[in-house]
Design a binder for this molecule. Structure first.
Ligand SMILES: [Zn+2]
Length: 248
């Protein structure tokens, strides 16, 4: 485990997967296999979408426990539907609190949060802080599908978010898709921490699977592999930004 100063001045990488369809047998088998094999020596974090109404809760739990035993574990909220990530109304923070409470009630110990469709507002951030998670919803890139005024937090580096309540939430932004790595799109090399992500559904596609293998191997060669848990324990960013007025 490197010291904080090493993390801040070193060249590290972490990898997470948005596990959106954990009940799809093929997607799950492929994700499990990858998490077990640790390509590039990465302990891939499983950021899992909780079961929706009508989905098999017992099977979900069994799989979530397996994922949690293999690497860092977190919550990935899809607000509107399994295939519609961003909220379309209601109280987005309330669902995050409800899902967090449920995960704890069934004995799971999530430590991370990533909002579906990269959605984060100040109230959601407060809920994430209440749950004691580290947030990974900010991105270093602007997702192409977002409208110009859609709530979204763009950050290059791990940062403390100062919330309306005055608390500080650790933000470890997602910096690269695996496709970006495979295409050699690194962006600024000065970045201390590369946080690459992919979707479990990417594993259903042979070409994306191949790109993922290349991307992770490349990342493992270029950077020292850490996992999100290492960052959560050791990282104390120098930067703080106010998130009080970020809600669009
Ligand atoms: Zn998602």
């Amino acid at each position: 485990m490197p010291h904080t100063e090493d993390i801040l001045h070193g060249r590290y990488a972490v990898v997470s997967c948005h596990v959106e369809r954990p009940l799809d047998d093929e997607a799950w088998a492929r994700f499990s296999d990858l998490q077990r094999r640790r390509p590039g020596r990465f302990a891939i974090a499983a950021l899992m979408r909780p079961p929706a109404e009508g989905e098999d809760e017992l099977l979900w739990l069994e799989r979530a426990r397996e994922a949690q035993a293999r690497g860092p574990f977190g919550l990935h909220t899809h607000w509107t539907a399994p295939d519609h990530a961003r909220p379309t109304g209601g109280d987005p923070a309330a669902l995050v609190r409800e899902q967090g409470r449920w995960l704890t009630s069934v004995g799971l110990e999530p430590r991370f949060f990533c909002g579906g469709g990269w959605y984060l507002d100040a109230n959601v951030a407060e809920a994430v802080a209440d749950l004691g998670y580290t947030d990974c919803t900010a991105t270093a890139f602007r997702p192409g599908y977002l409208a110009a005024d859609a709530p979204h937090l763009e950050l290059d580096e791990p940062t403390w978010l100062e919330l309306p309540s005055g608390r500080h939430l650790l933000e470890v932004p997602t910096t690269h898709s695996i496709g970006m790595l495979a295409r050699g799109l690194w962006g600024p090399f000065r970045r201390a921490v590369v946080h690459a992500y992919f979707h479990d559904t990417d594993l259903l596609d042979g070409r994306r699977r191949a790109a993922l293998r290349v991307g992770l191997a490349f990342l493992g060669l270029k950077r020292t592999s850490l996992d999100l848990g290492d960052l959560q324990r050791g990282l104390r960013p120098e930067k703080t930004m106010s998130f009080a007025n970020s809600r669009a």
